[in-house]
Design a protein around this ligand. Structure first.
Ligand SMILES: [Cu+2]
Length: 167
C-alpha cells in the first residue's frame, strides 16, 4: 500500500475510529470520511440479533495465523452465529469487513497496537476462549474477515464469506 501514514497518523486514527463507528450505521456515507471510495462495508451486512440466527458456523483461530475454515458460504439474508474459538496462546480476533478496509486497518494496527476493537462487526477472543459474533449478510457478494491483531493479517490471518443468492 502506497499511502503514507506517518504525517497523518493522528488524522488517520480519527478517520479510522470514525469509520469503525459508521460500520453499523448504514445511513452515514463513507463519502463524508477520508476513507477510500471503494469501501463497501455497509453492504457487507449488519449486526444480527441472537434470536434471528438461522445457522451456526464454528470458526477456529490458531497461532499459525489461520482461520479454520477460512472460506465459508452463506445465503443472502441469512443471519449467522459464528462461534469463534481461539485455540492458540495469543489473542486473536475476527473482524468482518471488506478487504481494502481490513488491509488499511491492519496497517494502522501495527502503528497503534493498543487500539481496541469493540464494535459489532468484530470479536476479540482470549487464548483458549470462545466467543460469538452474530452477523446478518444482506447482499450477495464476497465479504472478508480478518484478524487485526498487529501482524496477524499480514501473516495471512484472513478469510472470506461467499454470500450467495438464495433461491
Ligand atoms: Cu490473530
Amino acid at each position: 500500500m502506497k499511502r503514507n501514514f506517518l504525517p497523518s497518523l493522528l488524522l488517520s486514527s480519527i478517520v479510522c475510529a470514525f469509520t469503525i463507528s459508521t460500520l453499523t450505521i448504514p445511513s452515514l456515507s463513507h463519502a463524508d470520511t477520508q476513507h477510500r471510495q471503494t469501501t463497501d462495508t455497509d453492504t457487507a451486512g449488519s449486526p444480527g440479533k441472537a434470536g434471528a440466527a438461522s445457522r451456526t458456523i464454528h470458526i477456529e483461530m490458531a497461532d499459525d495465523m489461520r482461520f479454520t475454515p477460512s472460506d465459508v458460504t452463506v445465503k443472502q439474508g441469512e443471519t449467522i452465529k459464528f462461534v469463534v474459538a481461539n485455540k492458540g496462546k495469543l489473542v486473536h480476533e475476527m473482524v468482518i469487513g471488506n478487504a481494502a478496509e481490513l488491509a488499511e486497518h491492519a496497517q494502522l494496527m501495527r502503528k497503534m497496537p493498543d487500539m481496541k476493537h469493540e464494535e459489532a462487526n468484530q470479536i476479540t477472543v482470549e487464548p483458549g476462549k470462545t466467543a460469538n459474533l452474530i452477523w446478518k449478510f444482506s447482499k450477495a457478494m464476497k465479504v472478508d474477515f480478518a484478524c487485526l491483531e498487529p501482524g496477524h493479517f499480514e501473516a495471512g490471518m484472513k478469510g472470506k464469506v461467499n454470500v450467495i443468492v438464495s433461491k
